[in-house]
Design a binder for this molecule. Sequence first.
Ligand SMILES: C[S@@+](CC[C@H](N)C(=O)[O-])C[C@H]1O[C@@H](n2cnc3c(N)ncnc32)[C@H](O)[C@@H]1O
Length: 335
Amino acid sequence: MPDLFSHTPVVLSEMLDYLQPEDGETILDCTFGGGGYTQAILTRAHCFVWAIDRDPDAITRGLTFAKNLQQKEGERRLHMLYGCFSTLQTLIQSAYAPPLFDGIVMDLGISSFQIDDPQRGFSFKHDGPLDMRMDKNGLTAEDLINTAHEKDLADILYYYGEERYARRIARAIVTERVKTPFRTTFQLADLVRRIVPRNSSILDTATRTFQGIRIAVNDELGEIERGLEQALNHLAPSGRLVVVSFHSLEDRIVKRVMAQATKKTQNSLSLYTLSKANPLQLQSSYSDSFILLTSKVIRPCKSERVKNPRARSARLRALVKGCISYDSITHNKTL
Ligand SMILES: C[S@@+](CC[C@H](N)C(=O)[O-])C[C@H]1O[C@@H](n2cnc3c(N)ncnc32)[C@H](O)[C@@H]1O
């Protein structure tokens, strides 16, 4: 595919500050996209990156980038893995990738390559087929919109799109599709704009509907939930996990999963202090300890928000996997 589009990486320097890639380390980029993060990581340190994407176009870009880099440096520093990050374990096993990583990064959502290509059907700004599948596999947005029950459509728009007018939009879709099935992004956007009243917000009134349908088509929230769990399992001791999300539904999951992981650590610590439990048992429960690096969510700086409107809603959270040995517990009980 010709490179008609490009993607400007968001909160790039903040991501590097938390990921802290070092020479010789192995890093996993779960969302290669346009390769902006991967490229910056490989430039920051002489490390090795394994990169995942569920979009075959992103994999094609990555393979070309990896080949050029190898030719230039005479060494393979980037490996591409095609699939969903929720299946991380299977992906790394089948590619003989290392089981543990010194850093893992996830930059959620879709890339500009995807949103700016009318043929992918993600945007209400371009007319194109109602597709919206990141991986070009399975049910399309068109299938969903033309076949789902009215109540299911309304729930998708309400919960995933956070759209107040979900029930009205779902009713109108179901009435309209009997006469004319939905085929294009403009058809859907026009219908939504007729129903949702304009307010003072700069957002197009079709924004929330498109967000809801996209999340449903790609099971994005389920992916994040399962992907984070996998990422925690594949962090090496002292490994950092950095996640960048773009709306409150995503961020809520990231915040909860990170809080749960770090809370378990605090509970184990107090258990030790209170009961002086069996050291061997302690050692195994401590091997999975995590410390939050971002007590508050990190937002892009003002200049980035001005330069890149897509960055405005970005939120970054990070944690580190503790590397507690039995010695460090018994001697100073610190992580
Ligand atoms: C925001 S872009 C990443 C941009 C990238 N950090 C850069 O700097 O170019 C998100 C990418 O993640 C991919 N993606 C989203 N969800 C995924 C999932 N569950 N598994 C694998 N890839 C996913 C999308 O296809 C898209 O290419």
